[in-house]
Design a protein around this ligand. Structure first.
Ligand SMILES: N[C@@H](CCC(=O)N[C@@H](CS)C(=O)NCC(=O)O)C(=O)O
Length: 212
């Protein structure tokens, strides 16, 4: 499989974690978002909306949208399940994943930030306020959705929820968001930081990450 992604992209990070949890072999094809490689004709032929990630399967089919890719991996690749066994927990897992992927992440996307700056005249301070507003609103909701004290967001096994939480926390730190109001999320992050699939998926460990 070939994963088209970018080292610092949260959506690519999600798929890397899922691939690693499944112990699936994959090759990475970097798409440099800052150099706008996502808008090259070759990449747009793969991903018409011009976003990463895209996963090209061994038989040449193209899969798009990180959550859809993770669910496809769960259905087709053996290894630990990325969704819990019972319906209620699966719904909770998807709710957390979708809250992050659909309600929070798009508001801070590269193209949204570029538009707010260039077309709406927003400066650094207002951009930071915008990003903090939506990241903190989302993280507070996810913190409140976590029931009990389990090692991961839903139960004691990493799931699609954690696959979304960990990259979102990375993104929040990148924009200097104070994470102390979210102790449950920080505990999940600490647990994930001890597990090799999450460690290997970290942005700084990717082949296209700049040297430290
Ligand atoms: N909903 C999509 C989001 C993909 C997405 O927005 N990716 C970002 C990087 S995290 C991107 O490619 N942005 C490029 C841009 O905004 O121009 C998914 O989950 O795959």
């Amino acid at each position: 499989m070939k994963l088209y992604g970018y080292w610092r992209s949260s959506a690519s990070y999600r798929v890397r974690i899922a691939l690693n949890l499944k112990r699936a072999a994959y090759e990475q094809v970097p798409v440099h978002l800052v150099k706008q490689e996502q808008f090259s004709p070759d990449y747009l032929a793969l991903s018409p909306s011009g976003v990463v990630p895209a996963l090209v399967t061994d038989d040449g089919r193209v899969l798009l949208q990180s959550l859809a890719i993770c669910e496809w991996l769960d259905e087709t690749v053996s290894g630990p399940n990325l969704l819990p066994d019972n319906e209620y927990d699966r719904a909770r897992t998807r709710a957390i994943a979708q809250l992050i992927a659909c309600d929070v992440h798009p508001l801070g996307n590269t193209r949204v930030q570029a538009y707010l700056r260039a077309e709406m005249g927003q400066d650094d301070a207002r951009m930071t306020a915008w990003l903090h507003k939506w990241i903190t609103t989302g993280l507070a909701a996810v913190e409140a959705m976590i029931e009990g004290s389990t090692r991961f967001a839903v139960g004691n096994r990493a799931s699609l929820a954690d696959i979304c939480i960990v990259p979102q926390l990375y993104n929040a730190r990148r924009f200097s968001v104070d994470l102390t109001p979210y102790p449950k999320l920080l505990a999940i992050d600490e647990e994930a930081a001890r597990q090799q699939p999450f460690i290997d998926a970290a942005p700084e460990r990717q082949p296209d990450a700049p040297p430290p």
